[in-house]
Design a protein around this ligand. Structure first.
Ligand SMILES: [Zn+2]
Ligand SMILES: [Zn+2]
Ligand SMILES: [Zn+2]
Length: 147
C-alpha cells in the first residue's frame, strides 16, 4: 500500500536551497543532516534537542526556509506541535501519521482524487487544494497497545 520512497539526500537539498538563492551555511548543513537522519516525522523542538550547539532561532529559521523551498511537509496534528517530514518527490500526496510514535508516511490514492473531482462536478465550487492526514497505529506500535 505504501509506495517505496526515494530518500532525498542532504546534497540535493543543499542544491535546492542554493538555487533558491540561500547560502548553504555550516549551521544549515547541520540542521539538514539531522532532518535527513530523521526522515520521518519530527517537531522543531526535537531538532533543537538533537542538534547541539545551535540556537533555537537558527533551527526554527532553517525549518521555515526548508518549508518555503518545498522541501518539508508540515502536518498539523490534533494535539501538540506541528510535525515536519521530508518531501519525498512523490508530488501531490497525503500523509499517514502514527499516533503512537509520530512516524509519518506518504501515500497517494487515485480514488481520493477521483472522489474530489466528482464532488467538484456536483457543484461545490472549484476546489483549490486539499490536505488529508490519516491517523494510524503503525505496525510497530500496534502490538504495544491492548492484548
Ligand atoms: Zn509529505
Ligand atoms: Zn508508531
Ligand atoms: Zn490528494
Amino acid at each position: 500500500m505504501i509506495p517505496s520512497i526515494n530518500m532525498v539526500t542532504t546534497k540535493e537539498i543543499l542544491d535546492t536551497i542554493e538555487s533558491g538563492g540561500h547560502r548553504p551555511t555550516a549551521s544549515r548543513r547541520r540542521v539538514l543532516d539531522a532532518v535527513v537522519a530523521r526522515g520521518d516525522g519530527f517537531t522543531a523542538e526535537e531538532l533543537v534537542a538533537e542538534v547541539k550547539g545551535l540556537g533555537r532561532a537558527t533551527i526554527y529559521r532553517t525549518v521555515r526556509l526548508l518549508l518555503k523551498e518545498g522541501l518539508l511537509c508540515k502536518l498539523s496534528l490534533q494535539d501538540g506541535a506541528p510535525r515536519y517530514t521530508l518531501f519525498h518527490r512523490l508530488g501531490h500526496h497525503h500523509h499517514l501519521v502514527c499516533v503512537g510514535c509520530g512516524v509519518v508516511q506518504e501515500f497517494r490514492q487515485s480514488v481520493i482524487e477521483q472522489m474530489l473531482m466528482n464532488l467538484e462536478a456536483s457543484g461545490t465550487g472549484t476546489i483549490m487544494g486539499h490536505r488529508i492526514e490519516v491517523y494510524v497505529l503503525c505496525p510497530a506500535c500496534l502490538p504495544k497497545v491492548g492484548s
